[in-house]
Every structure is written in C-alpha cells, then in structure tokens.
Ligand binder design. Structure first.
Ligand SMILES: *Cc1c(COP(=O)(O)O)cnc(C)c1O
Length: 374
C-alpha cells in the first residue's frame, strides 16, 4: 500500500471542514474575465477605515523593520480607557478569530465540551474540533419564531454539563443577524456553572440598535467566567489588518497569553486600531449609512417578494425560497459577490453585506436579474 500522509493528520483535524471565505474580487475577475466587481460577502465596512486610521497606517509602515510591541501596550491602554478596565483584562488577537482559537486551545481538551448554537459563526466548530473536544450544538429557534433561526438559550443551557468549558454566543450572530436580549443573556450567564466560560462574540455590536441589545462588556466585573470578544474588522473597517481582542478576568487573559503567538498583532494593525478608536465619528457615520442601506435593501427585497431575517449587523440573511447557488452564480456573472450559506445548512439562503448606496442599487439589480434567469 502506498504511504498516505493523511494517516498522519491528527484525528480531530482530519474531519474539520475548512472555513470558506467570501470570494475575493481578484479571484472573481480572474476567473470570469470581468472588472469593476463589488464584494458584499464578508461584512466589511464598505467605506473602509476612517482618515485617522489611514494616516496611522502610513506612519506605522515606517516601523516595519522592527518587531511589533508584543504586548500591544499603546492599543491596550486605549482599549482599557474605552472599556474602563485594567490592561491585564485585555487579550489582543490577529483578528478576533485568533482570540477564539486561543480560547479553545487554552480551555478545551479531549475530555471536555463546548456548546454553541446551530447556525452560529463557522469559526466556533473549527476552533473546538481542532482541540479534540466534543462540540454540543443546540438546535436554533425555528424559522417561525419571533427571532427566526436565532440562538435558543434554553436549548443551549440544557447542553451544559460539568464537562462544558466554553459556551459561544454570537451577538448578533453571523450569518443569521439575530440577537439575544439583555435580560435573557444575563439570566443565561447567571445560570452557568462557574466551571463554564461564556464567550459573547460582539463583532457587530457597533451596528446594533435594538433597545434591548446588551453590551456584555459592562458585566465583566460581575461574572469571572465571562469573555467578551470584539473586532476592528467590521465597523472600524480594518478587516485586512486583522485586529480583535478579548475582555475577561485577568486570570483568563493570562491563560490566553500563554498560548498566544509572540507577535500575533502586527505593527501596522496596532497603530491603525489605536487611531481608529480615536475616530468614533467614522464609526458613527458608517453605522448611520448602514441603517439607511438596511431600509433601502429591505424595501428592494420586499418588491422582489423575498423574505429576509431581522438583523442587528451590517448584513442581511435572505431566503430565496429555492436553491441559492444558481442565484449566487448569476450574480457573480454581473460582478456582484454575495455569500451563499449552504455550509451552514441554509441552502436556500444568501447572506448579503450592506454596502454603499451605489453598491446596494447594483446588488438589487443583479439579484432581480438573477431571479428571472432560471
Ligand atoms: C466577522 C466576525 C468576527 C470577526 O472576525 P475577525 O477575525 O475579527 O476579522 C467574529 N465573529 C463573528 C460572528 C463575525 O462575523
């Protein structure tokens, strides 16, 4: 028998379904020989970073002959001020994805378990599986629930045992856009055993506007088992630089620091993120534009007779009521990249990032055209 290198791959890793990113513009244009395409597939801020971050990027670039500050002191200081917490509560990551992986590495083993919801962010299963821990996936709320396909916190609580080390709650969740309310999240956290860490992933919190949408970062002093993750990839417009962070009890941060790569956040990312924090106007403008985009796209989808889900993020989950891949393909041909979510078990759905007014108009036109082809 010829030697099969796959036999060497660690068993838990062998079965991981790799993360499928949104299609890059360059790839689409290379494959289809087109130009001028737009990407509404990865929930980036369509305006990119603000002017302060752009200037900081140019300044930081002059320093890239040196290793970055491995402790990220200046950025942590700015974050500590923002969140009124101590520096040792903060863990910086190469994107919040990095922090999620560190949490799994530091707290999961083959004999422990992690809990998350059906349709939850795709990074959780990957991070959990790589450790050999057992994933317990709670059934989501039904399509007809007031929060359709959202996290069912009761179902999640029912899966927690003394072996559960991590529970992930994406608030709002990607790809569904759904959220859990302040009261229910607090009750859920209070109900967890102290041996279970609860990770509240607030990647889109800047966009959330429901009066009952919670900011779990305010509860860190109350719950020593609470971890809140945030990112600069979405509203701050720095997805390409990869910066995110976790807020937690210092003992949890210390554990994460032990598995953290020495220089996991690069010089340019550190400088840009610190400057981006000072530019709340850019965030405010971006959030206001997102709100207008949402109203515009909802109206367009209503006209097309398509159902969409409630969202607290900068994206919409749309039910095409038939297989979404051919629609996705037809839109690609018009140079509009959206995100099919069949990998989440939603084969009829597309996740569409809210873009600039011109992008949204073009997206709706491409979608309309794709729906009449068939
Ligand atoms: C985009 C996203 C993140 C952020 O990823 P980064 O690694 O910080 O770019 C985290 N959680 C969810 C739910 C997301 O959609």
């Amino acid at each position: 028998m010829p030697f099969d290198p796959k036999s060497l791959v660690a068993l838990p890793v062998r079965d991981i379904a790799p993360y499928v990113p949104g299609k890059p513009i360059e790839e689409l244009e290379r494959e289809y020989g087109i130009s001028g395409s737009i990407k509404l597939a990865s929930n980036e801020n369509p305006f990119g970073p603000g002017p302060l971050a752009r200037a900081a990027i140019a300044n930081a670039a002059a320093q890239i002959g040196f290793y970055p500050d491995g402790n990220g002191y200046a950025l942590k200081r700015a974050l500590a001020a923002k969140h009124s917490c101590a520096l040792d509560c903060i863990t910086l990551g190469n994107g919040s994805n990095d922090v999620l992986v560190m949490l799994a590495e530091a707290f999961l083993t083959q004999s422990t378990e992690a809990v998350y919801s059906q349709y939850a962010f795709a990074v959780y299963p990957i991070a959990v599986q790589a450790t050999g821990a057992t994933a317990r996936v709670a059934k989501a709320l039904s399509e007809t629930d007031a929060m359709p396909l959202g996290h069912d916190l009761s179902a999640m609580a029912a899966l927690v045992s003394e072996r559960t080390r991590l529970v992930f709650v994406a608030n709002p969740n990607n790809p569904t856009g759904t959220f859990v309310r302040e009261g229910s999240l607090r009750d859920f956290i209070s109900s967890l055993p102290k041996t279970t860490l609860i990770v509240v992933d607030e990647a889109y919190i800047e966009y959330a506007d429901d009066p009952e949408f919670p900011d779990a970062s305010r509860w860190l002093d109350e719950f020593s088992n609470l971890v809140v993750t945030r990112t600069f990839s979405k509203a701050y417009g720095l997805a390409g630089l990869r910066v995110g962070y976790a807020l937690s009890h210092p003992v949890i941060a210390d554990a994460l620091n032990r598995v953290r790569q020495a220089f996991n956040v690069n010089t340019i990312a550190l400088g840009a993120a610190e400057a981006a924090l000072k530019d709340q106007e850019h965030v405010t403008r971006s959030v206001a534009a997102n709100r207008e985009a949402l109203a515009y796209i909802r109206a367009g989808l209503d006209k097309l007779g398509l159902r969409y889900f409630p969202t607290q993020g900068n994206f919409l989950l749309v039910d095409c009521a038939r297989p979404a891949l051919p629609i996705y393909d037809a839109m690609l041909r018009s140079g509009v990249i959206v995100r099919p979510v069949g990998g989440y078990g939603l084969p009829n759905h597309l996740r569409i990032t809210l873009g600039t007014p011109a992008q949204n108009q073009r997206m709706l036109a491409a979608l309309e055209q794709a729906l009449v082809l068939r």
